[in-house]
Design a protein around this ligand. Structure first.
Ligand code: PLP
Length: 435
């Protein structure tokens, strides 16, 4: 069993926070290929006990490398250091008051049992109504899931056979590759850069399509870059994938958090795309573990079967809490928070550029900045570790997000107050000045 690390608060961190030492090797193309790190751990945390049966796939699933930074940051905090957390992937706001109230009420009212596997009908209908009339799916196509993570698991479960390929942008959200691997599939990471907003295009998809390619995953806005796929390009991607006989999976989890730009659901382009969304980010409900997917008609029975078997149902109180999130009052509160994120982005991006970080594309959504640090370092992990050690500013090295030019990039999250961001920028300035 993996050992877990401990936060300053004494709470056990998630098993994904297991710390281990990474080793990497270079491929002929210069990309860095990660090796499993499960066998190497810091002193005092070595695996102990008798060898037991262990699936080969455990060696293919990577831990979050960012956790090394986070773990160090927690240890420093425990020793009294003031740490500015810019490595976090969740809003710094609590869940809206009405949501918490509804969650409490649900428990009091006895909503503590299983629900239908696809979710309570009133929540499925409320989710369907969040989509504009022109693309609104029937409630029967909505599956309420344990976070969008649960949704992605279901999708790859019903779609992927061993050896099948899924195309993904590099850099991208790291768990996607692991979901695909769990079902024996092969994630194919396609290097992207500022010229395409760090996103796949119809042309890149066509060029990389092979006989075993089954699907494409697009996240717009993306983690770690905060960049989006423009509306016309999304239409063209959906058409291309349909023409090639595959399926588009579109992760719209950051849709409520976009700035200066109109985004629209990929459901406008086709009813046969899988759309994934969540209450985690816009509604600030990461810990409730609730999200959803919009399912093409063709897969509804399969998705239902998989949901029944994989987790029976999503948490009942979380579903009632989520229902309370879908009111105009909560929407107004979340919109206010969105404006705060925008204010932070509008401060942070020019400030970082002023220090010499290269950010060729203004992020238009989420709460991340993906910055090129090659002016200061050719090893973003070393850069992040030294920065943390010397200044107490925690950021995420690019390694978690893919293989392409990851050593030149870091991700900074602006899920922190403007005052703390200003403090972080002045610490960064001093750090860079001494390099
Ligand atoms: C792009 C993206 N998709 C999916 C997720 C999973 O979120 P959740 O399972 O909380 O809905 C995350 C979390 O950070 C993410 O950044």
């Amino acid at each position: 069993m993996a050992k877990t690390t401990f936060r300053k608060s004494g709470k056990k961190a998630n098993a994904a926070t297991t710390v281990s030492n990474a080793k990497s090797s270079r491929t002929a193309s210069g990309a860095v290929r990660k090796k499993s790190r499960a066998s190497k751990r810091p002193k005092g945390e070595e695996k102990t006990g008798r060898q037991l049966p262990r699936a080969r796939r455990t060696g293919e699933i990577q831990p979050f490398f960012a956790m090394e930074v986070l773990d160090k940051a927690w240890r420093m905090e425990a020793r009294g250091r003031d740490i500015i957390h810019l490595e976090v992937g969740e809003p710094d706001f609590e869940s809206p008051v009405a949501v918490v109230k509804a969650g409490r009420a649900a428990l009091k009212q006895g909503h503590t049992k299983y629900t239908p596997a696809m979710g309570i009908p009133e929540l499925r209908s409320a989710i369907a109504r969040t989509y504009a009339r022109a693309c609104r799916p029937p409630a029967g196509r909505i599956a309420v899931t344990p976070g969008s993570s649960g949704a992605l698991l279901l999708i790859f479960g019903v779609m992927i056979d061993p050896g099948d390929e899924v195309l993904l942008a590099d850099p991208g959200y790291p768990c996607n590759s692991n979901f695909i691997r769990l079902f024996g599939g092969r994630p194919k990471l396609i290097p992207t850069d500022a010229s395409t907003n760090y996103q796949l295009t119809a042309e890149l998809i066509r060029r990389n399509w092979r006989a075993r390619t089954r699907a494409v995953l697009i996240a717009s806005p993306s983690n770690p870059t905060g960049t989006i796929v423009p509306v016309e390009e999304m239409t063209s991607i959906v058409r291309t994938v349909e023409e090639l006989g595959g399926v588009c999976v579109v992760d719209e989890i950051y849709h409520g958090l976009t700035y200066d730009v109109d985004v629209r659901s990929a459901l406008y382009d086709s009813p046969d795309v899988f759309v994934v969304n969540s209450f985690s980010k816009f509604y600030g409900m990461t810990g409730w573990r609730i999200g959803w997917l919009v399912c093409p008609e063709y897969y509804i029975d399969d998705i239902t079967k998989f949901a029944q078997n994989l987790y029976i149902s999503t948490s009942a109180p979380a579903q009632y809490a989520a229902l309370a999130a879908m009111t105009p009052q909560v929407r107004t509160e979340c919109d206010r928070r969105r404006r705060l994120f925008q204010e932070r982005r509008d401060y942070l991006v020019p400030a970082l550029r002023g220090l010499g970080f290269e950010i060729p594309v203004m992020p238009q959504g989420a709460f991340y900045v993906y910055a090129d640090v090659s002016r200061f370092s050719n090893d973003s992990e070393e850069f992040a570790m030294k920065l943390l050690q010397k200044t107490g500013v925690a950021i995420t090295p690019g390694r978690d997000f893919g293989e392409y030019r990851h050593l030149q990039h870091v991700r900074l999250s602006y899920a922190n107050t403007l005052e703390r961001l200003q403090d972080a920028v002045s610490r960064l300035g001093a750090f860079i000045g001494e390099l």
